[in-house]
Ligand binder design. Structure first.
Ligand code: ADP
Length: 159
């Protein structure tokens, strides 16, 4: 029974995240998406909204669940009995910090490994920040985020 967590801010979930979720859910038995309560970042969407959007957009994946968490990712993995941490890699720019985090986590807990999925080409440029920026200026984000997220953007930005 392979259990994994997929941690992140998901502010909000994009097609890039969903691509990783879909692919990761095929190689593990159970996947828990962990939405980080990050006190240093000022999120656009509240925790409830981020959880709800993830729940709505991942409901077709029966082995995927969504939770919020605080503190260290490695502790969240331990608490859930997960042996794997899933992360997505978009470009070389992600690589350096991701490797540092993965090595730190592995030195804290050698029983837990990080598994990277390289992004699908069509989402290589996509991040929540990009989606927020495009939506903020009223441009179409329907190719970047699922319809419920698109609607949530319209409500948030009132256009
Ligand atoms: P963080 O704030 O920790 O970067 P995010 O919510 O932005 O968290 O992302 C969570 C994970 O999803 C990270 O591993 C990130 O690299 C990955 N990810 C985000 N966007 C994409 C994408 N377009 N393609 C592949 N992976 C992605």
């Amino acid at each position: 029974m392979v259990k994994a967590i997929y941690p992140g801010s998901f502010d909000p979930v994009t097609y890039g995240h969903l691509d990783i979720i879909k692919r990761a859910s095929k190689v593990v038995d159970e996947l828990i998406i962990g939405v980080l309560v990050n006190n240093t970042k000022n999120p656009l969407f509240t925790m409830e909204e981020r959880l709800e959007l993830l729940q709505e957009t991942t409901k077709e994946f029966l082995n995927v669940s969504v939770q919020s968490f605080q503190g260290l990712t490695i502790d969240f993995a331990r608490q859930n009995g997960a042996k794997l941490i899933i992360r997505g890699l978009r470009a070389v720019t992600d690589f350096e910090s991701e490797m540092q985090i993965a090595q730190t986590n592995h030195s804290i807990e050698p029983e837990i490994d990080t598994m990277f999925f390289t992004t699908s080409l069509e989402y290589a440029f996509l991040s929540s920040t990009i989606a927020r920026e495009v939506a903020y200026y009223g441009s179409d984000v329907s190719k970047l985020v699922p319809p419920v997220v698109n609607e949530a953007f319209h409500k948030k930005y009132d256009h």
